[in-house]
Design a protein around this ligand. Structure first.
Ligand code: NAD
Length: 417
């Protein structure tokens, strides 16, 4: 069996490379190589469905707090059978870099529960989410650590966690978690914020690369929150979306299709597979499809040493966190593929989460138009900073983003020392 690369080792390699390119001092790097705190928690759930109905099953979860020099820890909670300590460590480190690139006053954290939520009934999912909220209640908080959604976690789950946390502390605290339903203190636009932000970033990159929508074919891996809305946004802007996929497989049509119709198909059947007259493809095949833009929006380690050489796209827009391994990065750079890194490309999610937190803490509710105008301004500024750094040092955009992040972090760390 091929050993999965360690996501945390990949993240550390990226951090160290950025530190070298930024001329960062060893003391600051050493701090950034370590997490401030990691907790492992156990959540008992009395099963109301499945083979273990009536029995208590104990699920394991984590909250990793990497660094809060720039503000409270911030980062999503993932429900997935492959969640591991290694993964939450990597994801929280990337969050520290991402909040710095986006230039929002927050740090980096991440949480997760080892569970396949599709195997749980709704009441079990609620029990599990509330148990998680109680288990981490002492380490999260409006000014301490503010979680959000990630893979397989929804606005409803955020609302349960907020409610349970408020019972625990005995007072309202809407800003303890973001990505809530709009009616329960959420921000307008948070549902599509990651893809909207990625779209703004791509818009800038496309201009630099001389790509226009009509001549740009788009392949999206993963058709969840990030991937489906990106595909729809791209289609609406005149791009030709030729392939999308989910955990059950992918579809391809060289003439393009309407991703909103694919979403309808997925709602009915549970998967994108079998949509219209499309051909079935695997994710591995998607990676080598003839297209201008490849947008991974599922999990880590999808573009690796073994398939990077086959990439035909001119650019990769990383909506997922850590979809490209460092070895693949080198191959892609050699081929002249522009990789727009996760800590820039998908920062629209956390930026809008930050907007939600600001609104909660000041009893405001901004319009969707206001949220997107602020988001566009933030994402464009982040893109410009990363682009300029990359040009200045003749380095890749990932390296440029890393340098921008560690320089900002170093300032915050030193000013507090
Ligand atoms: P989601 O649960 O809504 O969707 C995940 C999608 O990936 C689903 O369609 C699933 O079927 C698919 N998938 C899972 N395994 C797959 C595989 N092996 N091959 C192909 N598809 C597969 O999750 P999401 O929130 O859209 O998150 C997706 C990625 O984007 C993650 O890496 C996440 O960390 C990142 N991200 C999300 C946000 C956000 O706001 N939701 C913000 C920043 C980054």
């Amino acid at each position: 069996m091929v050993q999965q690369p360690s996501a945390f080792e990949n993240a550390l390699q990226q951090l160290r490379q950025a530190a070298t390119l930024a001329g960062l001092d060893q003391d600051t790097l050493t701090q950034l190589e370590h997490h401030d705190r990691i907790v492992e928690v156990a959540m008992p759930v009395r099963r109301t469905s499945g083979a273990n109905k009536g029995r208590v099953e104990v699920f394991t979860g984590y909250r990793a707090q990497h660094n809060n020099s720039r503000g409270p820890y911030k980062g999503g909670i993932r429900y997935h059978q492959q969640v591991s300590l290694d993964e939450v460590k990597a994801l929280s480190l990337w969050m520290t870099l991402k909040t710095a690139v986006a230039d929002i006053p927050m740090g980096g954290g991440k949480g997760g529960i080892i569970v396949d939520p599709k195997q749980l009934a709704v009441d079990e999912l609620e029990q599990l989410s509330r148990a998680y909220a109680r288990a981490v209640a002492d380490v999260i908080g409006v000014q301490k650590d503010v979680p959000a959604p990630d893979v397989n976690t929804t606005p409803q789950i955020m609302a349960w966690i907020r409610d349970e946390y408020e019972k625990y502390i005995g007072q309202p605290a809407p800003g303890v978690i973001t990505g809530k339903p709009v009616e329960a203190g959420g921000s307008e636009g948070r549902d599509v914020a990651t893809s909207e932000g990625a779209f703004y970033v791509w818009d800038q990159a496309a201009k630099k690369m001389g790509l226009v929508p009509a001549n740009t074919r788009v392949v999206v891996i993963g058709f969840g929150n990030a991937g489906s809305f990106l595909a729809i946004r791209m289609h609406e802007a005149g791009y030709k979306v030729v392939s999308v996929s989910d955990s059950r497989g992918g579809i391809y049509d060289p003439n393009g299709f309407d991703p909103s119709a694919v979403l309808e198909h997925k709602k009915k059947t549970g998967s994108v597979v079998g949509f219209g007259s499309s051909t079935s493809v695997t994710v591995e095949q998607q990676i080598s499809l003839e297209a201008e833009l490849l947008a991974p929006a599922a999990l880590e380690n999808q573009i690796t040493q073994s398939n990077a050489e086959s990439v035909q796209a001119k650019a990769i827009l990383e909506l997922a966190n850590g979809p490209t391994t460092p070895e693949a990065d080198q191959i892609l750079a050699g081929k002249g593929v522009t990789v727009i890194p996760d800590i820039l490309a998908n920062a629209g999610g956390v930026t809008t989460s930050y907007f939600e937190w600001v609104q909660n803490n000041s009893n405001q509710h901004w319009s969707r138009q206001d949220v997107f105008a602020k988001l566009q301004q933030k994402m464009t500024a982040a893109f410009d900073a990363v682009w300029d750094q990359s040009q200045k040092q003749s380095i890749t955009l990932r390296q440029g983003a890393g340098v921008v992040a560690v320089l900002r972090l170093a300032q915050a760390i030193k000013q507090r020392a």
